[in-house]
Write a protein that binds this ligand. Structure first.
Ligand code: GUN
Length: 289
């Protein structure tokens, strides 16, 4: 039997369609469109592509989007001054600094500087604190997208063994919190985990975010498990995930492809965070699906 393929592209398109409708409603009620600013330091080609995709997606759903590209060699003080200016700008509902940033810039200083109500990446200490406390706030976009894929596919989480491989601030740690909030029994595994294959084999839900091409093999997967592949690795064979897809397809119950699985969800949930930030700041609600 072959796994059900979770079509992230189609699911993200549905999320964006709903956000486009709600953004129009927001704009009518607030008298302005939600505003998003993407900041990039240097000209890393991958960051450039991501930032362009984010800006185009925001405009596509009716938001006002601005990109700021600062030169390599920008100091922390210069970046801080820009963040402060945007924190104080009423037309800006959300901002993000594309990661990684070149040295000597420091991600923790950036995350702490962005006003929590405008931190649409959800990486700042305020929003991560809210997530851990189960309070409203911006939740990091990729893990939010994974949760939406799991619920849309109908994967049961209550009491399930969920294994997250990878402990990054962007994916692994918030992912664990979100699965825990749905009453899964969560294990966060990482590069020092002993017997990683056996740990994975115990998972009913396996989320892999390590950035190592096809590391998770078919025989690491419990028959019928939901396998969510967050990896996007550029190789000579094109874009591949962290899971050996063809092998996993034969064993898993559900699986996300790469590309077309988790990837499209990240931007959709950045837009959701931006609309929700705008709603909170303007005191306007448009409802959610
Ligand atoms: N770099 C890789 N993923 C992300 C993300 O979700 N947000 C930002 N700002 N940078 C990233």
């Amino acid at each position: 039997m072959s796994a059900t393929i979770i079509d992230g592209k189609a699911i993200a398109a549905a999320v964006r369609e709903d956000l486009t409708r709600r953004t129009a409603l927001f704009t009518e009620r607030a008298g302005r469109a939600p505003g998003l600013v993407g900041i990039q330091v240097g000209d890393d080609p991958a960051s450039d592509v991501y930032q362009r995709m984010k800006a185009e997606a925001a405009e596509g759903c009716g938001m006002v989007s601005r990109r700021v590209i600062l030169p390599e060699g920008t100091t922390q003080a210069e970046l801080d001054a820009l963040i402060d200016e945007l924190n104080a700008d009423d037309a800006v509902d959300g901002m993000l600094v594309q990661l990684p940033v070149p040295e000597p810039l420091a991600e923790p200083a950036i995350a702490a500087r962005i006003a929590p109500e405008k931190d649409v990446d959800g990486f700042g200490p305020g929003n991560l604190g809210h997530l851990m406390r189960g309070e409203p706030g911006s939740v990091p976009c990729t893990p939010s997208g994974v949760m939406h894929l799991l619920s849309t596919a109908g994967v049961p989480l209550e009491g399930a063994n969920a294994v997250v491989v990878g402990r990054s601030l962007i994916v692994g740690k918030p992912m664990g919190q979100l699965l825990l909030a749905e009453n899964a029994t969560v294990t966060i595994a990482h590069s020092r985990t002993r017997d990683l294959d056996a740990v994975c084999r115990a998972a009913d839900v396996l989320v892999v975010a390590v950035g190592r091409p096809e590391m998770v093999r078919g025989d690491w997967i419990k028959p019928g498990a939901a396998v969510i592949d967050v990896g996007t690795n550029r190789t000579d064979d094109g874009l591949v995930g962290d899971v050996a897809y063809e092998e996993a397809l034969e064993i898993a119950g559900w699986i996300t492809p790469v590309p077309g699985g988790v990837g499209p969800m990240t931007i959709a949930f950045l837009l959701a965070n931006t609309l929700e930030a705008a709603e909170r700041r303007a005191g306007v609600t448009t409802g959610s699906d």
